[in-house]
Ligand binder design. Structure first.
Ligand code: UDP
Length: 238
């Protein structure tokens, strides 16, 4: 008897900026466009998503303006849940089956984070959206993307970026000689202090051999290409 074919499984990181279209809150036009792309690609690939919350609050910024860091970080995490619900809504309108799992319990709106259940949802073709980050202050949703990718045994982490199409040798906005890199090791990214994702996310992936594909969300269609495995940005690996 032949083995059942295993599907590609990815963990897609979407920043809060992607939801707001550059503004505070959720821009329905932007999220629905994104959702249509994801829903289409998710017919062939198992897709789990970690959503950021920077379009609402970033704990570090609020704490610089006088708030307690832990409380501000919880506000940040709650913002990610709002994004998760918005994405769920538009994914379902686009015909995808979805589940939201939250790292902070709020059973009326989301399942609790249960890794084995998340894997089961993926196997059944559902798009799983992880909200509330890790449920822990002082973490970022980048780091959570690496952790969730490892725990659900994803093939790679896909980091969708706004306004940049991959990792560059230097900041392209500052250095006109900066070139886009096709490939980069985690060690190089850490040594050069590249801020594509935070260093905790890089090191978690490096220590556990999880590849990361950093790519630009624009033009439309890029997210679907990355989900299907087309190499359009920069591959970061061990
Ligand atoms: N956050 C947190 N713990 C986590 C994930 C997120 O405390 O595990 C908080 C933190 O304050 C962060 C905010 O949630 O600034 C929004 O997440 P993030 O900044 O990663 O979102 P993005 O920049 O991707 O939109």
């Amino acid at each position: 008897m032949s083995e059942p074919e295993t599907k590609r499984r990815v963990l897609l990181k979407l920043s809060g900026e992607a939801f707001g279209g550059g503004a505070l809150g959720v821009n329905p036009d932007v999220v629905s466009g994104l959702a249509r792309e994801i829903a289409e690609a998710a017919k062939d690939v198992e897709v789990a998503i970690v959503v950021g919350g920077g379009n609402f609050f970033r704990g570090a910024e609020l704490s610089q303006r006088g708030m307690d860091r832990g409380r501000a970080d919880y506000m940040g995490m709650l913002g990610t849940v709002m994004n998760a619900l918005a994405l769920q809504d538009f994914l379902e309108q686009a015909g995808a089956e979805t589940r939201v799992q939250s790292a902070i319990s709020m059973t009326q709106v989301a399942e609790p984070y249960i890794p084995r259940r998340a894997i089961r949802h993926l196997e059944k073709g559902r798009v799983v959206i992880f909200g509330a980050g890790a449920g822990l202050p002082y973490f970022s949703t980048d780091t959570v993307s690496a952790q969730r990718a490892l725990e659900i045994h994803a093939d790679e982490v896909l980091v969708a970026k706004n306004g940049v199409d991959g990792v560059y040798s230097a900041d392209p906005r500052v250095d006109p000689a900066a070139v886009k890199l096709e490939f980069l090791t985690y060690n190089e990214a850490l040594v050069k202090g590249l801020k594509v994702v935070d260093s905790t996310a890089f090191s978690l992936c490096m220590d556990n051999g999880m590849p990361m594909h950093v790519f630009g969300m624009e033009p439309a269609g890029n997210v679907a290409k990355a989900i299907r495995g087309e190499r359009i940005g920069t591959l970061v690996a061990t």
